[in-house]
Design a protein around this ligand. Sequence first.
Ligand code: BEZ
Ligand code: FE
Length: 278
Amino acid sequence: MAIRRFSEKKLTAEVLHRIRKTKNRRLKQVMTAYIKHLHAFVREVKPTPEEWMQGIQFLTETGHWSTDKRQEFILMSDTLGVSMLVDALNYKASGGATQSTVLGPFHRENSPEFALGANVAKNPADGETCVISGTVRDTAGRAVAGAKLDIWEGGADGLYDSQKGDEMNLRGVFRTDGKGRFHFRCVVPTFYPVPNDGPVGKMLVATGRHPMRPPHLHFWITAPGYRPLITHLFRKGGKYLDSDAVFGVKPELIVDFKKGRDGVVTASYDFVLMKEKK
Ligand code: BEZ
Ligand code: FE
């Protein structure tokens, strides 16, 4: 067979033609879009060979920084708004259901289970104690009893437990009571930076951005028959609410952490779950 003359204009079509036999339809759709968009990106940017190599080195470095404890690619997805975009396209809260937000890299499997009312903070230095309470309901307003609330947060030093070692702290699993109610103690959330000592941190600096996240507490709420809800509660008045490094803030998730006359800080929230898709 004669070898066809190279044509920059026809190159994209030729690459697409080469994957025409891809059996998996979804993979074919994904690869087709990927090749088209990647070629369009290169045509728009017109990188020099040195710039293209710089891009490849950035991705290589991102891979080298990734371990089972540090996922630099997820961080890149988070800081470029892609994690929030994927979530927005997949979790459409309707019927008064609670809004979702980004999972982040600090969730851990097998968090300790606690009785309602327990304090997830092990040390006084973890931060100022606060009481979080509320309910879990469905979109018809019915209480969801036995819903699992997996919660986690960073401490006053701006770090999650896993950034300091293997010991679990400032995280735990609670279950709602027969009326769908929950309450527990933790620390008043503070703002902190996303890990920024790697390539993603360099990208943030180079693009004139800060690495900070506003004060928040993570929730992953599950119950049989309902769609899992991954979300945060953000602290009203907290710094960086309008410039979260990972674009996770939704106004519906901002709550008041109030200090009562007794000096105790409290916050409450009523979560609403959507039924599982049939
Ligand atoms: C977090 O909230 O824990 C987080 C989310 C995305 C990237 C880094 C940290
Ligand atoms: Fe967080």
